[in-house]
Design a protein around this ligand. Structure first.
Ligand code: PEP
Ligand code: MG
Length: 585
């Protein structure tokens, strides 16, 4: 008999196999016995032991990030920051020198105090960093000889559906080379680093399922549906067969899509739809070409500014943009201006504490308060474009815009910087300037903004969050922060209309652009380009090829008449091939 558990969708895809319950508590570190103050205690020796452990962990992190992908690099860079954090090392040093704790006890206490501090934070993003801190703690204590290494997750049996309370990013890194087909977590959230890493590896994950799942009988049949956020235990034969069919169809589609990845995405009615990739680091650029993307539709540049005490220089930034321009070679390159704040904290810009950082001084607001940042970023890009004139269509994009005044002020800074480099006013064929429409206010005044810029890109992740008043990092309101909510669709339509009137390109670069089912809807609403997470690009191109624009418009009209997101999802489900329809666990 099928038992269904519902949680939060953390990484899409379907995994079908058998249960393996992972209870790592027994492998967790015990509180090391206090040995300090004993005769012969040498604080300098203990401090050296800590430093050696720290260096050994640093080396492990560097090695781990190399074998996976750039998401792993980002996450393990954060782990390096934690490992070398002054507060942490200061607490260890004090415990050794002032309390005569040995290195292991001092480390244990400092890690736990720091994790507790983060866990108690209201902001979910910071609260979920506690898991990262404990992960580092475990590694340090393994090196100090008082904790066991993680169980060998990479050696799990073929087809395992892994059930656990939570996983650390290191655990997920081990899963990359395993035969695990899906992960179901009793706790955790979709914003935890473990979920982000799992998404980048294409591993389906559902989290927040509750502690009962850990009582599942090992070896029983299980299905993880990462898109719908459900775990099915002991599914009946009909459900097993339905999911088996879904997996088979998805596999066929994936093969077909990759076979045609380098061909353009043209609808059956003849419209050519550029499909770009979103990337978070220049290391992904070669991959963009490899998967057949028409360029980079969103380069998140925050990584250039994070984890350092001051902003990168113009020359430093220019090096990165030059590399990207070379890699793109005639394909589009879209550089988003620094979007700091909210879920993307940048240390040297942390200002006064804010009660609501997502509604605070972030994105465009921070750039206009620090105009040199905007100027230098544009200057770096303009210098590179000027030197390589005419090779690659380049776009610069303004994040978190709320008002026309902000666009006017940003344009003044950008146009002045352009004049400095080119000696002439900016032209859209040199560097096109666009707005990332992600605040409902910007969508509502899109007609006015369209007179000031060269293109729009719609950031549905934030647009959904702000129009629905549903925090995108909070699984409890995930049903609200859904880009397929009718309210979001009406705003997308408004932006597309404004763009059409002035014949401007309009793309979607939120995560929904990587959802195959949403393709006909977005095209029907008037979106002319798509920018998706890199692994989805071939599938999105393939989906574009299956549609006629008249069908897309009909579907968009129908969805705009829907009162609920549930109804929109139902309509999109009907567009799937017969085998994949109406899978209602
Ligand atoms: C968005 O908000 O949709 C977007 C593309 O930007 P980010 O996810 O980086 O906030
Ligand atoms: Mg955004």
């Amino acid at each position: 008999m099928t038992t269904t558990f519902r949680g939060a969708a953390a990484a899409p895809g379907v995994g079908q196999g058998t249960v393996f319950v992972y209870l790592p508590q027994e492998h967790e570190f015990m509180r090391p016995a206090m040995r300090g103050a004993a005769a012969g205690y040498d604080p300098h020796h203990e401090w050296r032991r800590f430093e050696e452990a720290q260096r050994a962990v640093e080396q492990d992190l560097a090695e781990m990030s190399q074998v996976l992908n750039t998401v792993a690099v980002d996450i393990f860079n954060v782990h390096q920051l934690i490992l070398n954090d002054q507060t942490l090392t200061g607490a260890v040093r004090d415990a050794i020198h002032l309390n005569q704790s040995d290195a292991a006890v001092a480390t244990y206490q400092a890690i736990h105090d720091m994790a507790e501090l983060f866990r108690a934070m209201d902001d979910e993003y910071f609260a979920s960093r506690a898991a990262d801190i404990l992960d580092i703690g475990r590694r340090l204590l393994v090196k100090l000889g008082v904790a066991m290494d993680e169980v060998r997750l990479e050696e799990l049996p073929e087809g395992a559906v892994l059930l656990a309370e939570d996983l650390t990013p290191s655990d997920v890194a081990h899963l990359a080379s395993s035969a695990v087909v899906g992960v179901a977590l009793a706790g955790s959230t979709p914003t935890a680093h473990s979920a982000i890493l799992a998404r980048s590896l294409g591993l389906p994950v559902v989290c927040g399922l509750g502690p009962e799942i850990l009582e599942a009988r090992p070896g029983v049949a299980a299905i993880v549906d990462g898109g719908k956020g459900v775990l099915l235990l002991d599914p009946d034969a009909a459900t097993q067969a339905r999911y088996g069919e879904i997996l088979r169809v998805q596999e066929d589609q994936r093969h077909q899509a990759y076979d045609h990845a380098h061909e353009p995405a043209v609808t059956r009615s003849g419209e050519r739809i550029p499909v770009y990739a979103n990337i978070n680091s220049p290391d992904d650029a070669a991959h963009v070409r490899h998967i057949g993307a028409d360029g980079i539709g969103l380069l998140r540049t925050e990584y250039l500014f994070q984890g350092r005490p001051e902003p990168p220089t113009v020359a430093e930034q220019a090096r990165v943009y030059r590399h990207l321009l070379t890699e793109m070679n005639h394909r589009v390159l879209t550089v988003r201006a620094l979007d700091a704040g909210g879920d993307k904290p940048v240390e040297f810009l942390l200002g006064l504490p804010e009660a609501n950082p997502f509604l605070g001084k972030r994105g465009m607001r921070l750039l206009l308060a620090n105009p040199d940042l905007l100027r230098d970023q544009y200057l770096a890009l303009a210098q590179v474009v000027h030197a390589r004139r005419g090779h690659t269509p380049v776009r610069f994009m303004l994040p978190m815009v709320s008002t026309a005044e902000e666009v006017a002020a940003a344009r003044a800074i950008i146009d002045a910087a352009h004049g400095e480099v080119f000696g002439t006013p900016r032209r859209r064929d040199e560097i096109a300037l666009g707005v990332l429409v992600e605040v409902p206010a910007a969508a509502l005044i899109a007609r006015h903004l369209a007179e000031m810029v060269d293109y729009f890109s719609i950031g549905t992740n934030d647009l959904a969050q702000y129009v629905m008043a549903g925090d995108r990092t909070n699984p409890q309101v995930a049903h609200l922060a859904d880009p397929l909510q009718p309210a979001v669709l009406h705003l997308i339509r408004l932006v597309c209309r404004a763009a059409q009137e002035r014949e401007l390109p309009v793309s979607v670069c939120g995560e929904v652009a990587g959802n195959v089912q949403a393709v006909p809807l977005l095209l029907g609403l008037g979106v002319t380009e798509l920018s998706a997470p890199a692994p989805s690009v071939p599938l999105i191109k393939q989906a574009v090829r299956t549609w006629h624009m008249a069908e897309c418009r009909d579907l968009a009209e129908l969805t705009l008449r829907c009162a609920t997101a549930e109804r929109v999802h139902m309509l999109l489900d009907r567009t799937l091939p017969a085998g994949q329809r109406d899978v209602k666990p």
